[in-house]
Write a protein that binds this ligand. Structure first.
Ligand code: ZN
Length: 253
């Protein structure tokens, strides 16, 4: 439901998800959490598939949210739309397995995803604004500065590294990385916010990550939730996918 406030445009409560990677157990728990939040619009920052054992099931759940969604490298790799020669062996094996599983409808859906989506005062992309289809990572202050150079909106939400990360730039071009998992956006500052991964966290915290953005209160919050890691691992093993893809879920690496 849209709510209009005088002088401030459309105010929305967004639910943001990224890097689900075929992990149905994590995705279901994240959506149960978001269901309690009166989300008005879902946004998916890419990589619905790849690595996990339930690509089609995750696709159906994702499509059911009617999200604004951008392409991730595994999404496009799984439909033959991006080069996988630079993928590590386990990632490559998972991409080829996923490719064989995906339904025609899901292949078509993934093939047609856009790389960048602009909203009134923020933008979303899987990797970087400079060259989204090259799938570079934003991990450091200097990576962040390079992205800010291409960022015309106040906030850029990203995924890809599977590590929550918040960089802020003041009006004079000074950049810093913020600690913590929530913030109130300040006038005159710009932000890059990696919301972490639903289905394969890599920051040492194995809990699924997702984010909330309330444009009225200007609050962004990255949240974590526990899910049935053991079941997701068992499915990966049973599917014949590389064992390490199961093991790493327990460590969040
Ligand atoms: Zn990913």
């Amino acid at each position: 439901m849209l709510q209009y406030y005088p002088d401030s445009g459309v105010k929305m409560k967004y639910g943001l998800i990224a890097d689900i990677h075929g992990n149905l157990e994590a995705f279901q728990v994240v959506l149960a959490e978001l269901n309690r939040e009166a989300i008005e619009q879902y946004i998916c920052l890419g990589d619905v598939v790849g690595y996990g054992a339930n690509p089609n099931e995750c696709m159906e759940l994702a499509k059911g949210l009617e999200p604004i969604i951008v392409a991730g490298n595994h999404d496009w790799a799984s439909v033959g739309k991006t080069d996988i020669s630079y993928f590590n062996p386990a990632a490559k094996e998972a991409v080829l397995w996923t490719r064989a599983q995906l339904t025609k409808a899901n292949v078509d859906f993934l093939r047609n995803l856009e790389l960048i989506h602009e909203f009134e005062d923020f933008v979303v992309v899987h990797a970087t604004l400079a060259s989204p289809q090259v799938w570079d990572y934003i991990l450091t202050i200097s990576d962040a500065k390079a992205n800010f150079a291409h960022q015309t909106k106040q906030v850029c939400f990203i995924g890809h590294s599977h590590q929550p990360f918040i960089a802020v730039e003041d009006g004079d071009g000074n950049c810093e990385v913020l600690s913590g998992s929530s913030l109130e956006l300040q006038e005159g500052r710009r932000y890059i916010i990696n919301i972490g991964s639903v289905g394969q966290p890599r920051d040492g915290d194995p809990r699924a990550a997702f984010a909330l953005y309330d444009t009225l209160s200007k609050q962004v919050e990255i949240r974590r939730v526990e899910y049935d890691i053991k079941l997701a691992q068992d499915k990966i093993i049973r599917a014949g996918l590389p064992q390490n893809l199961a093991l790493r879920l327990a460590y969040g690496r």
